[in-house]
Design a protein around this ligand. Structure first.
Ligand code: SF4
Length: 374
């Protein structure tokens, strides 16, 4: 592992300060391929990239198809236009109510609190917001007032659940985070606060005891994270999740189905069962959106369903995430229909081995009642 002068491995601020943002720096970690080198050059002025030393330490030195490398190092495919691709497929701009609040579902909203991340994932759904050098959904000034955002939530009593996302909210220091969460907690109808963060995966050192102690003051706090590959389940990541859990913060995982990274049953099974071992619940498997600069990671829905069919019934029920398509109209489950209604209150159901039966049974067999023995 390359030694960077001044880098304190266990200190998240030091990790961010010594992040890899230049080709020469990346070359200290891996043998950069010609395509990667060209993509890094093409990124200049277009897409931001940054890799923490921790995440870089998980990269395969020689193999550019390494799942960690593919998620973190720019790729030439990002610059290939795809039909129908959009910078905002989930409709953030359509449902945006203030600078930071997006209100799409009846009883919950999201706050895009930052466009900054520890690593700029190449597959980010909000690529335009997080990595596009020229564009973002909101005014970049961190000094911009938060009052209109809090006022919107306070004046909408139907909002009981606020998800802090971005970008990655944990890029803020504890003080700034506490400011946001404490202000939300002052709003009586906000029942839960959720944080969407990839820090447990990209820079687990960020999950300090101090952070967890601050968060637990504002329970109920939930955290959704984003592991995509079993290689990411390291002892450091496990320890970060354990710290959150010990402070009463449930940790759930949202995976994105990514071509060449996790689009096969074995990898997905290893990921989901590996997450259970660190007490993280696999929650959603997102179908990869047709996002500008990301489309090359998309698989077919048939492939996603095949993987789901190979998991459901074959492993622990709560190791199997819900397969979801995100659309402008909201989330749409993509599971194959296993129940067909044939008449009022009559169904044909199919199990995981594709065996079918009628429900209720068409010809219920009479149970033989054993006669009492003396
Ligand atoms: S950490 Fe999340 S928001 Fe940031 S680039 Fe990665 S996927 Fe996007």
């Amino acid at each position: 592992m390359p030694i960077r002068q001044g880098l304190i491995w266990g200190d998240w601020r030091s990790q961010l300060k010594h992040s890899i943002t230049k080709l020469d720096e990346l070359k200290q970690w891996v043998e950069v391929s010609e395509q990667e080198e060209q993509a890094i050059a093409a990124s200049k002025g277009k897409y931001r990239w940054r890799i923490t030393p921790y995440y870089a330490s998980l990269m395969d030195k020689t193999d550019p198809t390494c799942p960690i490398r593919q998620q973190a190092v720019p790729q030439l495919e990002e610059f290939v236009p795809y039909p129908g691709a959009s910078v905002d497929p989930v409709g953030d701009t359509h449902y945006r109510k203030t600078n930071r609040v997006v209100h799409k579902y009846p009883d919950r909203c999201i706050m895009l609190v930052t466009d900054d991340c520890a690593v700029y994932c190449r597959h980010c759904t909000r690529k335009y917001h997080t990595t596009d050098v020229g564009g973002t959904y909101f005014e970049r000034s961190e000094a911009l007032s938060w009052e209109a955002d809090f006022d919107y939530i306070a004046s909408h009593p139907e909002i009981r659940d606020v998800l802090l996302t971005g970008g990655d909210p944990l890029t803020y220091d504890d003080l700034r985070l506490e400011f946001i969460i404490s202000r939300l907690r002052e709003i009586p109808h906000v029942e839960i606060v959720r944080i969407g963060s990839r820090y447990p995966v990209l820079l687990p050192q960020r999950i300090t005891d101090e952070l967890c102690q601050m968060l637990e003051k504002y329970h109920p706090i939930w955290l959704n994270t984003h592991f995509n590959h079993p290689k990411e389940i390291t002892p450091e990541a496990a320890a970060a999740c354990d710290r959150l859990l010990r402070h009463g913060i449930p940790v759930q995982n949202q995976t994105v189905l990514l071509k060449g990274i996790n689009d096969d049953t074995e990898t997905m099974r290893a990921l989901c069962t590996g997450l259970l071992k660190i007490r993280v619940r696999p929650y959603y498997l997102y179908h990869c959106d047709n996002v500008t600069g990301v489309s090359h990671f998309a698989t077919s829905i048939e492939k996603g369903r095949e993987i789901m069919n190979n998991l459901k019934g074959y492993t622990t029920g709560f190791a199997v995430p819900e397969y979801i398509l995100t659309t402008e109209l909201g989330k749409v489950p993509l599971h194959e229909q296993k129940v067909v209604q044939t008449a009022p209150s009559e169904y044909i159901v199919e199990n995981y081995e594709r065996k079918v039966l009628h429900w209720p049974p068409v010809e219920a067999e009479e149970l033989a009642v054993p006669s009492p023995t003396a």
